[in-house]
Design a protein around this ligand. Sequence first.
Ligand code: PXP
Length: 248
Amino acid sequence: MSGNKLRLGVNIDHVATVRNARGGAYPDPLRAAKLAEEAGADGITAHLREDRRHISDADIDGLMEVLSVPLNFEMAATEEMQKIALRHKPHAVCIVPEKREERTTEGGLEVAREENRLAHYIAPLREAGCRVSIFIAADRAQIEAAHRIGAEVIELHTGAYCDAHAEGRFEERDRELESLREMSAFAKSLGLEVHAGHGLTYETVKPIAAFPEVMELNIGHFLIGEAIFRGMTPAIHEMRRLMDEARA
Ligand code: PXP
């Protein structure tokens, strides 16, 4: 996982969403994760939500056991999640908002107003060797705060850009893209590693993949949806192809 190649993290949460719709064991997110790995995913992302609506504790145990690529463990900044992360020590921990009050208006984590608490929260995770990433909006104040609390990585929220594209609000989409571009460069200038994700599709991935500062994209919902139509492996291969094309 070194060099300048743009990494693709495949988020398998929504395989668990489908499984949980029937309360059984099928389809198995671990099988999807292994398949994604074989298809060239550089990492697997899973979000253990407080309400366990998709990924379960047992899924995280299983992923830690079977994966050959790094696990990016997404979680809210709660005591319970910190304990789970410290037990597993995944390669990366991405802190995401789950409740309204933890979010900025753009949907990323509100770091600036929670700086002290978050600095104390992530310190033991960093000491345990996890790379701590903070999921934030493309907002200068949030990036500066993420840097001050000691995060090594930020993941920029691409949801507003993707929504504007999907709804045909192209001027707004282009404004969102411009601030993602500027803030990627700004974050890198502070020494932060820059990741991006949320809502990315074949139509929206290339402009983001073209930012030289972005080192990793985390993509889930669209890929799992596309896997229904063309299968998981071709769905991932196409995303990889578009990312590589944009990067070249
Ligand atoms: N990155 C982060 C931090 C996320 O929380 C999510 C959604 O779980 C994603 C990326 C992937 O978003 P999507 O499923 O819309 O591709």
